[in-house]
Design a protein around this ligand. Structure first.
Ligand SMILES: [Fe+2]
Length: 249
């Protein structure tokens, strides 16, 4: 369904700018401030979103960690998200007087810009640990676009009965998206193939291809691209970054 890999390099965005994220969508980032090991200062998060706008990105999924070490409650995250979204829309309106986001009524003045604010969404990056098992049972989760769940494992080893757990997620009506499979060097080609055969979707980290996680992950990323296994791309941004958002490679 989401086969983006064919045109990942220098993809032309509708805005006319060149963006490294297919369709101008970031499916994975830690920009929502103060909720995990990602951005802490809301002003830096706003600055990052301004960089996104300038890079041709149009839509951002905030995916804060939920894991035993960072046991965010979905309800708390929703509240922080709504507060921050309001801040962002205010910031955008101040930078674009006359835009719809500024709340001006009636026809746009002739000086009005056609630029629109980023579409912001909330989901989560779920570590497949004991907390996740409890939350899955209770139905206390933050899915991505209602039917997907972004999940991760330790980079050292899979959880016990990994594929069984993925099947239980599917039985609850969600399609698992495995975050950055290129980072799981414990996997072999046949492991990836088994997951794909099980209907698991893969999300590539934008910066894996640039070597951010080392040579071995970079190489694995190239292999997964060659095997055409990726379905989504995300930045997994934790810090203010401008490099590489316009072009990739
Ligand atoms: Fe992440």
């Amino acid at each position: 369904m989401f086969k983006f890999f064919q045109e990942i390099f220098n993809q032309k965005m509708p805005s006319g700018s060149t963006c490294s994220l297919p369709d101008g969508i970031d499916y994975h980032c830690h920009i929502l401030p103060g909720v995990d090991d990602g951005f802490q200062d809301p002003s830096k998060s706003l600055e990052q979103l301004r960089i996104y706008e300038a890079s041709g990105i149009r839509e951002v999924w905030f995916t804060p960690h939920i894991m035993e070490d960072i046991p965010n409650e979905p309800e708390d995250l929703r509240r922080v998200f709504e507060d921050f979204k309001e801040k962002y829309l205010l910031d955008f309106a101040q930078r674009h007087p006359g835009s719809q986001a500024s709340g001006a009524e009636g026809a746009k003045p002739s000086s009005a810009t056609d630029e629109e604010p980023l579409q912001l969404h909330l989901a989560a990056e779920n570590m497949l640990d004991a907390l996740f098992e409890r939350r899955l049972k209770a139905g206390n989760l933050l899915p991505l676009a209602e039917k997907y769940l972004l999940v991760e494992t330790s980079i050292f080893a899979p959880p016990m009965n990994f594929r069984g757990l993925l099947e239980r997620i599917r039985n609850k009506g969600y399609t698992p998206i495995l975050a950055h499979p290129e980072r799981y060097l414990y996997m072999k080609k046949e492991d990836y193939e088994a997951l794909k055969a099980q209907g698991i979707l893969f999300q590539r980290n934008l910066y894996s291809l640039r070597g951010q996680y080392g040579d071995r992950v970079q190489k694995r990323c190239r292999q997964l691209l060659k095997w055409q296994m990726y379905d989504f791309v995300g930045t997994d941004l934790h810090r203010l970054t401008s490099a590489g958002l316009n072009t990739e490679g």
